[in-house]
Design a protein around this ligand. Structure first.
Ligand code: AMP
Length: 355
């Protein structure tokens, strides 16, 4: 069996590695000939608008998927017209636009943070009045790892925030102002849904970010309130069923200390793909998110999402420390992505596993 993957970064690479063990060929697609998946699997190099190159990706494929949410919709739709493509294009489209994403989350009972659409500086003033400060201004499209967002602390920040994200160029921009959540923890939920509608959840994960980049994940244990976790899981299952979703979905949540019982979960965003906060599943779950994603898109039975040992995951950002130093830590499993070192770039991760 062959699975085509739009994108050839580390997520494509880890899908390929999971595929090899299953006897599934994973073929990635990327505009960059140096994309790191190309070190471990077949890589088709081309622009997303190049249908001849996309044709080489989907040739003989049993299914197509994607490994980042900013894949141009047209490229994914072109593949979907020719080969079964999962997750659904509607999920990809919603994840590319923060307003659409929040509407979708809300429709399934996953309450997003307070927010308003902002398309002009006067609208930004109105939104600040309504939502209050501090607040976070974000581009609706194209942001990732904290890029495309500015925190507003005082009203005097309004003109500079607008100039930074909205003002330049005079083009129509869509921004969203969100209330700044004084969260107690950031939690993510990873769920896989098979073609037959079966849904399996991994245990919830607690994530720590620095400068908008995930640096460390560990088990969230009972997310503050088990009833709240059940409510959110039901919402995720309903969202996936509504979209006819197949594959892994990550939903990022803020745990709010002000909720009833002290742990209400508000939805921040979703990623219709395998996710950095699920890397631990390679070393500490019965079946990893990568293997389960492949199983799902190929219509194979899903694997167990059970956690099999204790774990902590740390991202290696910018550079990989000397192997002598890193590998001396007991229980540490290194995943190096074969990427050039660069400040702020995720170049690998480690999972430290225990009993
Ligand atoms: P995002 O790109 O929306 O995932 O934002 C990146 C990170 O910025 C999040 O993981 C949070 O740590 C922080 N952040 C984003 N939005 C908010 C918010 N409304 N309130 C507080 N922190 C936020």
């Amino acid at each position: 069996m062959i699975v085509g993957v739009l994108g050839g970064g580390q997520l494509g690479r880890m899908l390929a590695l999971a595929g090899h063990r299953l006897g599934v060929r994973v073929r990635c697609f990327d505009p960059d000939a140096e994309a790191c998946a190309g070190q471990v699997t077949e890589l088709v190099v081309g622009d997303y608008g190049d249908t001849a190159a996309l044709g080489r990706l989907i040739d003989d494929c049993d299914a197509v998927t994607y490994e980042f949410e900013n894949v141009p919709i047209e490229a994914a739709a072109w593949c979907a017209e020719r080969v079964e493509t999962h997750p659904a294009i509607t999920a990809l489209a919603a994840a590319q636009d923060r307003m659409e994403e929040k509407a979708l989350l809300r429709a399934h009972g996953l309450e997003p943070v307070p927010h308003m659409l902002v398309e002009s500086e006067p609208q930004l003033r109105e939104a600040v009045e309504a939502i209050g400060l501090p607040a976070v201004l974000k581009t609706c499209r194209g942001g990732y790892d904290g890029k495309g967002q500015v925190v507003l602390r005082e009203a005097v920040d309004i003109p500079t925030a607008w100039a930074e994200l909205g003002g330049a160029g005079g083009e129509r921009v869509r921004l969203v102002l969100e209330g700044f959540i004084a969260f107690s923890r950031e939690i993510s939920l990873l769920t896989v849904r098979g073609k037959g509608g079966e849904v399996r959840h991994y245990d919830p994960v607690c994530n720590e970010h620095e400068g908008g980049i995930l640096v460390r994940s560990h088990p969230a244990g009972e997310a503050a309130d088990p009833a709240e976790l059940d409510r959110v899981r039901a919402g995720v299952a309903s969202l996936m069923a509504g979209l006819g979703y197949v594959g892994v979905l990550a939903v990022e949540l803020f745990e709010r200390p002000d909720g009833r019982g002290g742990g209400r979960l508000s939805a921040n965003e979703m990623a219709p793909r395998v996710h950095n906060s699920g890397h631990w599943t390679i070393d500490a779950a019965a079946c990893s998110q990568f293997e389960n994603h492949l199983r799902a898109v190929l219509g194979l039975p899903l694997g167990s999402t059970r956690t099999i040992c204790t774990w902590e995951m740390r991202n290696l950002i910018g550079h990989i420390p000397a192997a002598e130093e890193l590998l001396s830590e007991e229980g540490l499993r290194l995943h190096a992505y074969g990427k050039a070192e660069k400040a702020g770039r995720k170049v690998g991760h480690v999972t430290v596993v225990g009993e």
